[in-house]
Ligand binder design. Structure first.
Ligand SMILES: Nc1nc2c(ncn2[C@@H]2O[C@H](COP(=O)(O)OP(=O)(O)OP(=O)(O)O)[C@@H](O)[C@H]2O)c(=O)[nH]1
Ligand SMILES: [Mg+2]
Length: 452
């Protein structure tokens, strides 16, 4: 359910009730899509046959319900309505509800019986029925396809004021810019040159033998994967030393400082990638801003286990004398998932802004690594070399730059290794370019820092 690129609701003569901002959020979670309004209950009737007449055999659809208490909620199914009388398996099905400015998503369990495809009105998992009994109501009964809380989903107000079904279609192509907006040489020579520059990099200050780069970002953004990807390039094969994957909360729970070697028997490279637990929007969950402060100052040891409810307590003796410059962080990298930028909540944005203020106050260099560009744009998924001609990626880079308040030139899009079994030249070039830039930025910091 990712792949973002939006716009356009084509409504023919029907007028959509879906506010622009809500539509954009939904589109962002659905991918490169266009929405066409097929059915509108207030016009066509809260009536199962009217619904089927307009919505059967239309491919993927998004149902959006509205109640009088102001809730907007519904569900997505990627499988046609056909009145087959079968239980429908649909691994992509999900439910959603807007709470405040953010959209909550609920996955329909493992895909089986995501819907019962009968002649009645729309349902999800034979649990949540819309236009139930041909009435403007929503009806929920428990079951195993998913678990919802009816008070947070629709404020327990079962009376619908509207119910709309949209056809969801992939936009044919993201548009292509005539000229690339950044120049990259996608050649093996360039990759080798970047590797050589990184290998031979000498931090500006002799007391610092390795540049320490700290990765910070929301859960699942690709922090650990970035380390794995860089490690893979220098090892010459895909590696997965840092645990990566997806879970509701951060998979990484320890502070890890990863040196990278130049090949299996090779020398350590002049940088260390520091991996952290993911950020979460609530306070008391995920990585804590006080912990970040201690990491920046070089007080937190490798393998320190984060505790979201209490921050790192430095050893009193150690904390009283400042850590050496070598132990401190020289460059902070904000790792942001390109497919989640529009969905980033205000709370998370505020948390990131607070971290930025902290990092700014210490004068440490900062960069944004925008990951999952392959998932964000179908053009790029097909060919990574389209990255800098994709107008969609360009808008995402601008969006992340304005949400985080960093210049566009500090946003570096990459695709991490995630499911590949072999290294790929284009991936390497982008990842190495990003790493090289981190080393340069760290140099700027070291150039300016007081060595004492
Ligand atoms: N397609 C694609 N998948 C990616 C990319 N980067 C990461 N992933 C996948 O995204 C998921 C999360 O990646 P992680 O590296 O574990 O993310 P993280 O930021 O370390 O997450 P936490 O430690 O849980 O906070 C994994 O399944 C990765 O394979 C990318 O650039 N493209
Ligand atoms: Mg991780």
């Amino acid at each position: 359910m990712q792949k973002a690129k939006v716009r356009k609701v084509s409504t023919d003569t029907l007028t959509s009730n879906l506010p622009e901002e809500r539509r954009e959020q939904l589109c962002a979670s659905l991918g490169n899509v266009e929405l066409t309004l097929l059915y509108k209950a207030s016009v066509h009737g809260y009536n199962a046959s009217a619904f089927h007449q307009r919505c059967d055999r239309q491919g993927p659809t998004l149902l959006v319900a509205y109640n009088r208490s102001g809730y907007i909620f519904g569900g997505y199914t990627s499988v046609d309505y056909t009145q087959s009388g079968w239980e429908i398996k649909d691994e992509e099905a999900f439910l959603f509800s807007f709470q405040g400015g953010t959209c909550g998503y609920i996955k329909v369990n493992s895909g089986y019986n995501a819907r019962y495809d009968d002649a009645q009105g729309p349902n999800f998992g034979q649990q949540l029925y819309f236009c139930y009994n041909n009435q403007p109501v929503v009806y929920y009964q428990g079951g195993s396809a998913f678990n919802i809380n009816t008070s947070s989903m629709y404020g327990k107000d079962t009376q619908l004021s509207e119910c709309e079904v949209y056809k969801v279609e992939q936009e044919p192509q993201a548009s292509i810019e005539e000229k690339p907006w950044r120049n990259v040489l996608w050649t093996a020579e360039r990759r080798d040159e970047l590797m050589k520059m990184i290998r031979n990099h000498k931090p500006l200050i002799t007391s610092v033998s390795r540049v320490r780069i700290l990765m910070i970002g929301p859960v699942g953004a690709g922090k650990s994967s970035f380390f794995n990807s860089i490690n893979s390039i220098f090892m010459g094969r895909i590696t997965s030393k840092a645990m990566s994957g997806s879970a509701g909360t951060s998979l990484t729970t320890q502070f890890r400082t990863y040196p990278v070697k130049d090949g299996r028997e090779g020398k350590p490279l002049p940088f260390v990638l520091c991996d952290t637990m993911g950020l979460e929007e609530q306070s008391g969950a995920g990585l804590d801003i006080e912990d970040i402060n201690s990491i920046l100052r070089g007080h937190v040891p490798d393998r320190y286990k984060f505790n979201p409810t209490s921050s790192f307590q430095p050893d009193e003796q150690k904390a009283s004398k400042p850590a050496s410059l070598q132990e401190k962080i020289h460059c902070v990298v904000y790792v942001i998932d390109a497919t989640k930028i529009s969905l980033m909540s205000d709370k998370l944005e505020e948390k990131l802004a607070a971290i930025r203020r902290k990092v700014n106050s210490l004068g440490i260099a900062q960069i944004v690594l925008m990951t999952k560009v392959d998932e964000a744009c179908s053009l790029v998924e097909e060919d990574l070399q389209s990255l800098y001609v994709s107008s969609y990626i360009k808008t995402k880079v601008q969006e992340v730059s304005s949400r985080l308040g960093v210049p566009v030139s500090c946003v570096l899009p990459v695709k991490n290794y995630s499911q590949e079994l072999e290294l790929e030249l284009n991936c390497d070039v982008l990842l190495l370019t990003a790493l090289q830039q981190m080393l340069n930025f760290a140099d700027d910091y070291l150039d300016d820092v007081d060595p004492v």
